[in-house]
Write a protein that binds this ligand. Structure first.
Ligand code: COA
Length: 432
């Protein structure tokens, strides 16, 4: 049978396609801005037909209505990361959280998390019968390879990306045409604090470095302060519109990269239509599965690898919490540790955790004597390297606990320094 005939015979409505989901199935949902909203809506509308369907998802950017109150008997969310739409559901017991390094998640689909159904979003097939996973290749690629049933929303707004983003139509069980807009992530708001952080991070970036930009407002804001650098490269779990600005300005050329020279390499993209239009059929940007992009050994093959991520809280030893506020899980490890470890093994590599010195409108210091009760150690004190706030740079790797504490207090907000200095004296038996 030709791929065209296969495609036509397997094209149907979302309502028809979600009948393939059975009670007790594990459903893996395509990631972040790539999630197939129309198909998810149809699955949720069909909730009465299911009992105990497990929904596995990482960054949920849509409505996440499967974990809304009242859905408990039909769906159970297994979150690999939390965001706005899923935080309350997990805090209120309507789902579970599975701790994981991002690069290991595709491997879980062959061990503890076998996939029954993958709900994904793709481009229409090209002339060779290949659909592109577009802006989310990450774990979505492996979910397609391992699922019993693959339900794909076929969206002409999805960019056809290069790298390792395509799957043959025969791997897909049901095609659901729907051209809704692709989910977007608004550019970050840049105030004076973000500007100061951006400048401090830029002081650690050298011409020819290869960058990873983490999730959240700060890593993306940093890009605006790299305009005077030369020949930067990108090897990142994700990036947003800020990278396009730097490519167009001739700052990101990927020329000095030691792995995939000339190419920006990424596992998923989140941004605006401008970013999505930029990557469409653009062979300068390669989308690849996350077990490759985020593998620390692969990251380390990039000389001068610099990872830039953010966090919630750092204690005076340099233990970093990036995913919970006390006991409340608010995000996940994601690729933070993958890149911090990869950068540590890279020749000339560095890792940076950049964040505003305070939270909650200046009422809480993010640099603290000890992490809050219940807080998760995302990045250990052995892994941590540079800490950056709007007040400067603290280098921790290779320094004693006493030196670390001094350096961290210097970049804490001045309002909180006296209390931290008292703790320093108590802990180290010397005046600050
Ligand atoms: N104490 C109390 N609350 C805190 C806090 C602290 N020390 N630090 C942050 N918060 C609160 C904020 O006030 C905010 O609350 P709100 O949503 O009610 O406004 C919430 O936590 C999120 O903080 P914010 O600073 O707005 O988040 P962000 O979008 O800049 O993201 C991280 C920051 C740390 C959550 C994000 O970088 C992350 O998830 N990192 C871990 C994963 C990772 O690094 N992946 C990298 C590879 S992509």
């Amino acid at each position: 049978m030709s791929w065209k005939t296969y495609y036509e015979q397997h094209t149907m409505s979302a309502q028809e396609a979600v009948k393939q989901i059975r009670s007790g199935d594990r459903v893996v949902v395509g990631h972040a801005c790539g999630e197939p909203g129309h198909v998810i809506d149809a699955m949720v509308a069909n909730a009465q037909a299911y009992a105990n369907v497990e929904i596995v998802h990482l960054v949920a950017m849509g409505k996440a209505a499967y974990c809304a109150p009242g859905m408990e008997r039909h769906f159970r969310h297994n979150a690999l990361f939390l965001g706005g739409p899923t935080r309350d559901a997990i805090a209120q017991g309507r789902g579970d959280f599975t701790p994981s390094f991002f690069f290991e998640i595709p491997g879980l689909f062959s061990s503890t998390l076998p996939v029954d159904v993958a709900l994904i979003q793709v481009t229409p097939p090209d002339e060779n019968g290949q659909c592109s996973l577009g802006i989310s290749v990450d774990y979505t690629y492996e979910a397609v390879m391992k699922a019993r049933t693959v339900i794909a929303q076929v969206n002409r707004n999805m960019p056809f990306t290069c790298g390792q983003s395509t799957v043959p139509v025969e791997k897909i069980s049901c095609f659901v045409p729907c051209d809704e807009p692709i989910l977007e992530l608004a550019p970050p708001k840049i105030g004076p604090v973000e500007e100061a952080i951006g400048k401090n991070v830029a002081s650690l970036v050298r011409d020819g470095d290869t960058l990873q930009l983490g999730i959240g407002a700060i890593p993306d804001a940093v890009l605006r302060f790299l305009g005077d650098k030369k020949d930067l490269g990108i090897h990142s779990e994700m990036f947003s519109d800020g990278v396009v600005d730097l490519i167009e300005a001739g700052v990101v050329t990927n020329r000095a990269k030691t792995l995939h020279p000339g190419k920006s390499v990424v596992a998923f993209l989140m941004g605006t239509k401008r970013l999505y239009d930029y990557v469409d059929h653009n062979s300068d940007v390669e989308l690849r599965p996350v077990d490759y992009v985020n593998h620390p050994a692969v990251i380390a093959r990039n000389d001068n690898m610099v990872s830039i991520n953010s966090c919630v809280q750092v204690d005076l030893m340099g233990q970093v919490c990036s995913e919970s506020v006390g006991y409340k899980q608010i995000s996940g490890t994601g690729g933070q540790v993958d890149f911090i470890r990869g950068a540590a093994m890279s020749k000339g590599g560095r890792s940076i955790l950049a964040f505003p010195s305070t939270a909650a409108k200046g009422t809480i210091s993010k640099i603290v004597p000890i992490l809050d009760e219940g807080a998760v150690v995302t990045t250990s004190r052995n892994d941590v390297d540079y800490i950056v706030t709007e007040y400067g740079v603290a280098h921790l790797k290779g320094y004693t606990l006493r030196q670390r504490a001094r350096a961290l207090i210097q970049v804490a907000h001045p309002d909180f320094r006296p209390a931290l200095q008292e703790e320093f004296t108590r802990r180290f038996h010397e005046a600050y």
